[in-house]
Design a protein around this ligand. Structure first.
Ligand code: FAD
Length: 209
């Protein structure tokens, strides 16, 4: 039995005795998704609720995370595209000094930089998803997607907010929520610091790229 051999994955029903939500967290963003402190106490799990095999929980969790990190990348891609759309619309509609702000060169640069990041991320997500679908080992690639996607989303949403000026800081505009929602992606599904550790470990194991 390895270091994590004692871990078993299982499914519990929320109606069972011994399952309790201690606290529902108040968060900066992603408020549509509940995050709670859950306690399992004297909870008996029937054999049919074991997920996979007894002792294989860690392996299941790690495999789930590999796919989860690519899925997170796809989510960040969607978020970045949405942020671009609202910024594009605003840049066309908002007039300053008698013209749409889109006419100002720096706004054009911001929009171009967003497009570069989005195109690069889209290519990366599709390539890595293809690799996973075709049975490649994607431990490193999934971590690369996770880090890059969460950073792209942060950059794109930040520029989208900047293009909105003061309006971007006001709750009436969707970019304010996008900015708050984006931030968690560098933290959950394994922090970006841990992903870089995973990436380095695979470099070491494979003797380079
Ligand atoms: C809204 C939300 C939803 C979540 N959803 C889920 C979920 O669905 N499933 C789930 O399993 N978890 C979930 N989490 C938990 C999340 O995955 C963890 O918060 C995250 O992995 C970081 O763990 P931690 O908070 O204990 O940070 P810590 O481990 O305390 O880390 C603190 C800081 O130290 C750094 N650090 C820690 N260890 C090292 C190291 N060895 N080397 C270098 N730096 C290090 C971290 O990167 C971070 O910057 C969720 C968290 C939040 C906030």
């Amino acid at each position: 039995m390895g270091a994590y051999g004692g871990i078993t994955a299982f499914i519990v029903e929320t109606s069972w005795k011994g399952w309790k939500v201690m606290k529902t967290e108040k968060k900066m963003g992603i408020k549509a998704s509940g995050t709670a402190y859950v306690v399992l106490e004297d909870l008996e799990v029937p054999e049919e609720n074991v997920l996979g095999k007894v002792g294989e929980g860690f392996k299941i969790a790690m495999e789930t995370l590999d796919i989860g990190r690519i899925t997170l990348g796809a989510g960040c891609l969607g978020g970045a595209k949405e942020a671009f759309e609202v910024a594009w619309k605003f840049a066309n509609e908002r007039k300053q000094f008698g013209q749409p702000i889109k006419n100002f060169q720096i706004i054009q640069h911001y929009l171009s930089r967003m497009a570069i990041d989005i195109f690069t991320l889209e290519s990366l997500v599709y390539r890595t998803a293809w690799m996973a679908d075709n049975g490649y080992d994607v431990i490193r690639e999934a971590s690369i997607v996770k880090v890059f996607a969460s950073e792209v989303l942060d950059r794109v949403v930040d520029l989208a907010l900047q293009i909105h000026g003061g309006a971007g800081y006001i709750e009436d505009y969707p970019v304010e929520k996008m900015y708050r929602d984006a931030r968690i992606n560098r933290i959950f599904e394994g922090t970006n610091e841990i992903q870089e550790y995973v990436i380095f470990k695979t470099l070491e194991r494979r003797g380079g790229l």
